[in-house]
Every structure is written in C-alpha cells, then in structure tokens.
Ligand binder design. Structure first.
Ligand code: ASP
Length: 339
C-alpha cells in the first residue's frame, strides 16, 4: 500500500513540480526545485572598510539567507521564505530596514515595505510606519487580511495595533552609525544645495529584499527599507509599491529593487522587467539589463530576481550590491561590492 502511495505521489509531483514545468522551455537554461536570492542594498562598502566590517556584513547576509533557505528546504512556501529572510535583515542594524533604518529630515524613521505573491498576484505594502518592528510582516498582513494593497502612516499604525504585530518606539530603530551618516548628508546637501533626485550615494544604501521560488513552483518577492537618508517627512519610495520596488508573477519572475526609489517608481521598474519577459519573451537577464542600463540612469541602483526555473539574476549600476543566493542544488553564495 505504501509503495502504491509513493508511486502516485511521485507521479503527481512530476506534474506539478517546477522542474517538469520548465524542462521543455527552451528559454530557460537552468532548473532548480527551489531557489532564493536576497539583497542588502545596491552600493559598495566604503573604500576604508576593514576586513572585519566586511565580514560582519557577509555574516548578516548569510544568516538571513540561511533562514530563507531552511524554509524552502523543508518544503515551506516562497512567501514564508521571503518574510523569514527579510525579518532577519530588518533586525540586523547593519542594514537600512527596521533596526538600523536611516534618518529622515526630521531626525526620525519612516519605514516602507511590500510583499507579493506570484501565484495570485496578490500584494501588500506599508508606507511611512514608525513603530512596527518588522514592516515586512505588516505588509504581508495587508495582503492577507485586507482587501487593499497599500496602507500608509497613521492608518497603517492602527492596523498594526489591530494585528498585534511587534511594536517598538521610533528611536529603537536608531543607531549611532546612521545618525553620523545623516549629519554628513545634511551638511553636504545644504552645502551643495543638492536636489533629492540624485544617484544613490554610498551612505544611503542598505535596503533589503528577497525573492524565492518554492518547490511547488510559486514565486514571492519582498522589499523593506528605511528609505533614503534625510528624505523629506512623508516621502514614500519604491520599496512599498508593487510594480516599482517589488514584483512577482509565477509566469515570469520575481524582483526586488534597491536604489533611487523615485526612478524605480517612474519606470515601474520591477513590473517592467516582468512585462518585457511576458510580451517580448526576453529572458530575465535581458529584461533586467535593459531596464537598469537603458531606462534608468547609471548609478540609480540594482535589482535581484529569479525566473520560474529558479535562475537567479542580479544587475546593478552602482559600484556594487550586497547580495546572495541559495538553491536546491547546494548553491550558497554571498557577494558584496562588485564580486
Ligand atoms: N529604494 C529605496 C528608496 O528609495 C532606498 C534604497 O534602496 O537604498 O526608498
């Protein structure tokens, strides 16, 4: 009896597994049962970073990748993997999301996040939240517990209370490092009379994101950020906006972006990559190269993504990007800068 059940379960899984779904697809050049890719922001470490400072960033990415990989390797969903990965990065003060978020022009923190389910095209986002410890979790609740896609400001805070998610005072997100960066940016921007709409600078990096494909063939993507250093109060970037900083569609790919949010919004960057794949039948690499290198400006940022076969892509026009990937073939790969 057990053998008969095993036979049917193998037969069934061969119909639904992403490997069989993509095996006949000539547009894909690799297959993985599951795969995951993450980022800790587009940008390179400062030139004077010590080996120890670089190592703690690698370790931070590695801990987050391990959390997501463990979800997928034990048969969990891509949504669970994305949320688990991003929560680890939000709790790590080295990255510009959750604890360690950058300061806005009022010397406070306003956090943005979103998540998308490539199976259903459902999405959820929160913008300008001030006391939510893990904005990615609240974004997921917007997706699953409301008929809406994006909640902002005080309304999102009220929703956080209703959902009973972890809360912290706004200054719990502060770190001395981020305060020093803010002082530096404030002084420089006043001195230069700089417009906000400028290429990403090294001290503005650290947004986090993750894209995963699970063994059932479902893609999910998510992004979380404190935004840009010294941003105007109330400013919302691309990270909480479905189609700009985050996108997922099982038919094409999942994307998470980092960089000058205004540019990713103007170009609907994440959705544009997916649409180029869908309508022009481009590969993820071709579509991402086109959007980052032909549509956006040099230095605007970068994306991570994977397609429905589990092929991972990262493209950035900044001097580097903090990133990593793992998959069911045993890959576990962390990169920083332009490695
Ligand atoms: N894209 C983010 C924003 O504009 C910032 C970043 O990725 O560094 O809010």
């Amino acid at each position: 009896m057990r053998q008969i059940l095993l036979f049917f379960s193998i037969l069934f899984s061969s119909f639904v597994s992403p490997m069989s779904a993509t095996a006949a697809d000539p547009k894909t050049d690799s297959t993985s049962q599951w795969a995951i890719v993450l980022h800790g922001g587009a940008g390179a470490p400062p030139a004077d970073a010590t080996a120890k400072q670089l190592q703690v960033r690698r370790d931070g990415l590695s801990a987050a990748l391990t959390a997501g990989r463990n979800v997928l390797a034990t048969g969990g969903s891509s949504l669970d993997a994305v949320e688990a990965t991003i929560r680890v990065l939000e709790d790590n003060s080295l990255f510009n999301a959750g604890h360690g978020a950058v300061f806005n022009s009022a010397g406070e923190h306003e956090l943005d996040a979103s998540i998308m389910d490539g199976r259903t095209l459902a999405g959820g986002g929160v913008a300008g939240v001030r006391t939510v410890r893990n904005p990615i979790t609240l974004a997921r609740r917007v997706m699953t517990e409301t008929p809406h896609v994006l909640l902002s400001g005080p309304g999102a805070e009220t929703f956080a209370t209703e959902q009973n998610v972890d809360r912290v005072p706004n200054d719990a997100f502060s770190t001395e490092q981020r305060r020093a960066e803010w002082e530096k940016v404030k002084a420089k921007e006043t001195a230069e009379n700089a417009r906000r709409d400028q290429p990403a600078r090294p001290w503005q990096i650290g947004t986090v994101g993750c894209v995963a494909l699970d063994a059932a063939g479902n893609i999910a993507a998510g992004t979380s950020t404190g935004g840009r250093t010294n941003k105007k109060y109330g400013r919302v970037g691309d990270s909480p906006i479905i189609g700009a900083g985050t996108y997922a569609d099982n038919a094409t790919c999942g994307i998470s972006a980092s960089g000058v949010g205004e540019q990713f919004i103007r170009h609907a960057a994440a959705a544009q990559i997916s649409l180029l794949m869908q309508h022009r039948e481009w590969s993820l690499q071709q579509a991402a190269d086109y959007v980052l290198k032909e549509r956006l400006r040099p230095g605007d940022g970068g994306i991570i993504g994977l397609d429905r076969s589990g092929k991972v892509v990262w493209v950035f026009t900044t001097p580097g990007m903090y990133r990593g990937a793992a998959d069911s073939s045993g890959r576990f790969d962390i990169r920083i800068g332009n490695e």
